[in-house]
Design a binder for this molecule. Structure first.
Ligand SMILES: *Cc1c(COP(=O)(O)O)cnc(C)c1O
Length: 361
């Protein structure tokens, strides 16, 4: 088998090797059908079983009950920035947005096209280096919903717990940490996640929506933009991203087989600790870019003493098979994305490289 590198890319990101190998085995002829999963009708028996299993397995992973619908849509998290307010803002036409990074800003921007956006909390003036505290939130009890971003992929911050918001429906963009741990789905009105970070390949966005909220979707909406249409058609109003849904389903099975999300979380905490400990014990050579208590388990962001050293670090790391470590172009520095599928061994080897680099530079 060809050697694989350590892929720290923020997204599209690493997938479990077991999933890739299983997909490879079935790629030419899916389970004796004589066709690839990519080549068959989304309305046929075989694909029908694939999407139903993906739905059932996701329900098992997060204990999702019948009062929620699961959708596998296209257009990424970015289309959800529009679909959420178009469907959920009326009739009150105002919503609370907690703005903790560039993706949250983009979500709020689209909501402003639909109604009034109250920025209920933001750390923009501190370059998004932390998550706002509960006491800082200025929530409107009459808001149609509260939107937050559970993990800030670019800045490397993450909510430890959901904000407490009373009876208003909670909406979450969980694109970069969905399924990294068990959450209580009953706290959410709607949660969405682009697949390409922690679920599967790009081209699929998972949406979990509490069914009572579907009453807000007005018939005047464009058909594809209407959640109710997608729920009524079991994500098959039009041709879904069949291959992406298939791979996502394999990832759900991979998570179930390892013991579920509590085990996944244990591994994620363990991995992130190895890297943060290395940063914290480097006598200031490596510096984390966020406050300690809000550090992300998924995207570890840090800096070196200067930009020249950062460039050298990325170049030498890349030559040694550590790929994707360059921070987002808007913030610079180093970003190691260590999503669910990223192996512990890769983190340990990166830490060894960091110690070596520090010694030599
Ligand atoms: C990557 C990302 C997005 C954008 O996702 P697309 O699928 O490219 O639209 C949105 N929100 C967060 C938190 C992200 O990390």
């Amino acid at each position: 088998m060809e050697k694989r590198i350590y892929n720290f890319s923020a997204g599209p990101a690493i997938l479990p090797e077991e999933v890739l190998l299983e997909a490879q085995k079935d790629l030419f002829s899916y389970k004796g059908s004589g066709m690839s999963i990519m080549e068959m009708s989304h309305r046929g028996k075989i694909f029908d079983a694939v999407i139903k299993e993906a739905d059932a397995d996701l329900r098992k992973l997060l204990n999702i009950g019948d009062e929620y619908a699961i959708l596998f849509l296209q257009g990424g998290a970015t289309l959800q920035f529009s679909m959420v307010p178009l469907n959920l803002m009326p009739p009150v036409n105002k919503a609370d947005y907690i703005v903790t990074g560039a993706w949250a800003e983009k979500a709020a921007k689209e909501a402003k096209r639909v109604g009034t956006v109250n920025v209920a909390g933001t750390t923009k003036s501190e370059n998004y280096t932390r998550i706002p505290k509960q006491s800082e939130l200025k929530l409107d009890p009459e808001a149609a919903f509260v939107h937050f971003t559970s993990n800030n992929t670019i800045y490397g911050t993450q909510w430890r717990n959901e904000p407490e918001i009373g009876n208003v429906p909670l909406v979450c963009d969980a694109s970069s940490d969905f399924l990294h741990k068990k959450i209580d789905i009953n706290k959410y009105g709607l949660i969405y996640a682009g697949a390409q970070k922690n679920i599967g390949p790009s081209g699929v966005v998972v949406v979990v929506i509490r069914k009572d909220l579907l009453a807000r979707s007005q018939d005047s909406l464009h058909t594809y933009m209407n959640y109710k249409i997608h729920v009524d058609n079991d994500s098959m109003y039009n041709t879904p991203a069949t291959f992406g849904i298939y791979i996502s389903g394999l990832v759900f099975k991979w998570l179930l087989n390892m013991g579920g999300l509590d085990e996944m979380y244990r591994r994620n905490v363990e991995k992130a600790k190895i890297l943060y400990d290395a940063i914290d014990s480097s006598a200031g050579y490596y510096k984390g870019t966020t406050v300690t208590e809000d550090r992300s388990l998924m995207n570890v962001t840090y800096r070196l003493p200067n930009e020249q050293l950062e460039e050298k670090f990325i170049k030498e790391a890349s030559a040694k098979g550590f790929s994707g470590l360059k921070g987002h172009r808007s913030v610079g520095g180093i970003r190691a994305s260590i999503y669910n599928a990223f192996p512990k061994k890769g983190v340990e080897d990166l830490v060894a490289f960091m110690e070596e680099f520090k010694k030599n530079n």
